[in-house]
Design a protein. Structure first.
Length: 89
């Protein structure tokens, strides 16, 4: 994993991280989540989703996805100063 990151190949490092997670290699996964903060967040989300075995995938999505704004919130937002109609020529 470190050699892949040193070479600039983040995809290969992610493959090593995924392989370590699939094979339950705690040293690999703990090293990966200390290297990259984004990977740490990803690992935490995956662990949280795996612990909710009683929920179906739709319910898991509803718990992890951000809430949609209401109609009132959408219409009450400040409009930007960009004249989009004037640019459509």
């Amino acid at each position: 994993m470190d050699m892949a990151l040193d070479a600039g190949d983040e995809d290969a490092a992610l493959v090593a991280f995924a392989a370590g997670r699939q094979r339950d290699l705690e040293e690999v996964t703990s090293h990966a989540i200390t290297i990259n903060e984004t990977w740490s967040e990803l690992y935490n989300e995956l662990s949280e989703a795996a612990n909710d075995l009683g929920l179906d995938p739709g319910d898991k999505f509803d718990t992890l996805a951000p809430k949609l704004p209401s109609k009132e919130a959408i219409f009450n937002q400040m409009q930007s100063d960009i004249n989009v109609y004037g640019q459509m020529r």
